[in-house]
Design a protein around this ligand. Structure first.
Ligand code: FES
Length: 175
């Protein structure tokens, strides 16, 4: 096990980290707050850290990391700390994890001047009766339970599908 120097940006704090455990584990042990929802299974990408320098001193991206972050490290400089170990000196930016989370925005309270209109009992009952009647109204007559309707002309042959066999060719008719 070899220890390497890990400098935190922008504070300049230096940590001694080994090359056996992941950055997530070691930074947490050092008392740093790193967000992680999946517990290091490479499914949440919350533990992403930004590599300021020394990217060649990090282990190669795992399949799981590439699947989650894509092949854009050269643009974002982001690595999953749960999938990365250090092999040399690096400078990391974990300031995104130290930002306080947004406090829940409480709903604005109803101003006191707002008046609440109470419905009278008769009004409530009338509305209930109206909606009940409306629900009982049949929809358009053409499609409402059309399969139960009787045919207007009982003598009209029903057009049923199937049972249509090809008639054999009669040679006698052709002469
Ligand atoms: S902890 Fe979830 S991806 Fe790293």
């Amino acid at each position: 096990m070899t220890n390497h120097k890990c400098t935190l940006w922008p504070s300049g704090e230096i940590l001694e980290l080994n090359d056996q455990e992941t950055l997530l584990t070691q930074l947490k042990k050092a008392g740093k707050k790193i967000k992680s929802s999946c517990g290091g299974c490479a499914t949440c990408s919350d533990c992403a850290i930004i590599v300021k320098s020394g990217e060649l001193n990090l282990t190669a991206q795992t399949f799981e990391e590439l699947r989650l972050l894509g092949n854009v490290f050269h643009i974002t400089k982001e690595r999953l700390s749960c999938q990365t170990r250090i092999l040399g000196d690096v400078t990391l930016d974990i300031s995104a994890h130290e930002k306080p989370t947004k406090e829940k925005v409480s709903k604005p309270s109803v101003p006191k001047s707002t008046t609440v209109r109470l419905k009278k009992r008769e009004e409530v009952e009338r509305t209930a009766i109206e909606s009940k009647e409306k629900n009982q109204e049949k929809p358009s007559d053409t499609w409402y339970r059309h399969w139960e309707k009787e045919d207007e002309d009982p003598n009209k042959p029903k057009r049923l599908g199937g049972n249509k066999r090809v008639k054999p060719f009669n040679f006698n008719d052709s002469e």
